[in-house]
Design a protein around this ligand. Sequence first.
Ligand code: AMP
Ligand code: MN
Ligand code: MN
Length: 314
Amino acid sequence: MSNITIDQLHMALCEANSIMLTVHVRPDGDAIGSMLAFYEALVGQGKTVYMAVDDIVPEKYSFLTYADHIHDVAYFEENPVSVDMLMVLDASTYERIGKIGALHSAPIFNIDHHISNTQFADYLYLKSDFAATGEIITDLCKNWNWPITESMANALYMAIATDCGFFKFSNTTANTLAMAALCVEQGARPHIISERIEAVSAERLELTKSVMQTISFHKDNTVATIELDPIAMAILKDDTDGFVDIIRNVDTVDIAILLKGESHDRTRVSLRSKRTDVNAIAQQFGGGGHIRAAGCTITGDIEEAKKQLLEVIG
Ligand code: AMP
Ligand code: MN
Ligand code: MN
């Protein structure tokens, strides 16, 4: 593994003719927005570019240009392509890209902003003080004078905004706002993106009413938990965005925990905090992320995961 500079990254991209882009499983707004914008930017530079994700792309991102060009592993197994570079965006470990890694033997490049990055790639461009991978991609386009089209601007704005809670979270910096402003200058429409991303169905809001009943407080109300059982997860089609935010704003709460029950022996966890290093907590369970937003998977049902987390928090 070697860390590369912006110039080395530029040179490598100039030399590559064909590139496969991928992102982490259970892709979020930053992953999808960054990939769609980088896809368009690289096609604009005359490259042959493919986008692969080893997961379902949530329906709410389908309004973005080129979202229908994203394919899964089965597609590339049936239609194999050979590329000069596998470019991994917004993923901090090799496991997080699922089976995409096994599709190629090309050198792996990684553009990422996770402090927990395991340095798995052959070449890493890591900016852990950036709020989003989309902020990095916008910065790269600006530095290299690559045009930011209107569709790229919308994808990048969405990427940046979703990873910093629409500019509310502590990872929001002057540069985050400057890159978002550049996207707006290039045609991004903040209110349209908010409407698309934050739209809820009546069914989802009905479900939220019962999910609110699962909220519980611990350790003098400094820790709050909220639970999605496997039935709720099935109804939500795995789109769990927003649930952890219901409890993070409680005045006494430092650590907010969303417990996502996948089965009786597998619970995925989203951690958010105001003070505590939740990346350190997630890493104790083999996960990671950022200081104030991290995730992990725990063997056990929701109750077991909650017990283990509360023990580790101490
Ligand atoms: P989430 O709670 O899924 O929104 O994730 C919060 C942050 O932690 C994001 O930056 C994720 O990329 C990261 N993250 C979530 N789950 C994991 C995991 N199992 N391993 C490493 N990083 C993770
Ligand atoms: Mn992400
Ligand atoms: Mn991200």
